[in-house]
Design a protein around this ligand. Structure first.
Ligand code: UDP
Length: 236
């Protein structure tokens, strides 16, 4: 399948049309942003790590019964995905307190929950992605009740599968953000990416951060953290 015209140039990925309207090609960049796009930078090699890791995780999830947009990896940075219309919700699931959860509720980071949480943000740059609950999403007709139920079920399934998988690699999955899309027949599938940009990963022994928090918080060793996650996942 070949790249045709560019449809979209996002913060971390470009999206291209293909000769088949049912498919797109996503191309992962090394560009990084944080804090609502106010912090910008480059993480050398990130595009390769995120593309390859996301594709592996999408395939693992498919095997475990979670439908995804993944079709075929074309190269280190390029992947064919099913064309979907994105549900404008950022779906965040957490197992351990960190980031905005710790700030919002005044707790420390690292508190392990008895069961995972789920929350939604409205994907809307002008409004800075405000937190919302499922009734708000319904009121704004961002998704139907059936879609929201399906999204919640899928997000918890992703949490179960990925938490167990990363533990075998000596990594604790703290939290993550998912996006979902609709296929032309209306089916909901997991879309976007699952990577150190969209998950928090802590080393199981030392709690060392192995994700984008190293960039957000200027902790140094950003590229090394992405490469370390690549080694854990691919044994390279
Ligand atoms: N996240 C993301 N994109 C966003 C916001 C959050 O991928 O626009 C991910 C983030 O990497 C973390 C999880 O979602 O794994 C929870 O993030 P949080 O709400 O704590 O926000 P943050 O502290 O990143 O602003």
């Amino acid at each position: 399948m070949e790249k045709r015209e560019q449809l979209y140039d996002g913060k971390a990925k470009k999206v291209f049309a293909t000769d088949d309207p049912a498919y797109c090609i996503v191309s992962y960049k090394d560009d990084a942003t944080a804090f609502d796009g106010t912090k910008r930078g480059t993480i050398v090699g990130k595009g390769v790590v995120n593309n390859r890791m996301s594709n592996l995780l999408m395939q693992l999830l498919e095997k475990n019964g979670v439908p995804t947009h993944y079709v075929e990896e074309l190269s280190d940075r390029d992947t064919v995905v099913k064309k979907v219309s994105i549900v404008p919700l950022e779906v965040i699931s957490r197992y351990v307190s960190a980031g905005s959860f710790a700030i919002r509720f005044g707790g420390e980071e690292g508190i392990v929950f008895d069961r995972p949480t789920i929350e939604f943000s409205y994907k809307n740059d002008d409004l800075h992605d405000p937190l919302m609950n499922s009734y708000h999403a319904l009121a704004l007709k961002l998704a139907t009740e059936e879609e929201i139920d399906m999204i919640k079920m899928m997000a918890f399934k992703v949490n179960d599968v990925l938490k167990a998988y990363f533990l075998t690699l000596g990594v604790k999955l703290i939290d993550f953000k998912l996006e979902f899309g609709r296929l032309p027949d209306g089916a909901i599938v997991l879309a976007d990416e699952i990577s150190p940009d969209t998950c928090r990963f802590w080393d199981a022994e030392t709690n060392e951060k192995l994700d984008k928090d190293r960039f957000r918080r200027d902790l140094g060793g950003v590229e090394d953290a992405y490469q370390e996650m690549m080694r854990r996942v691919f044994g390279e």
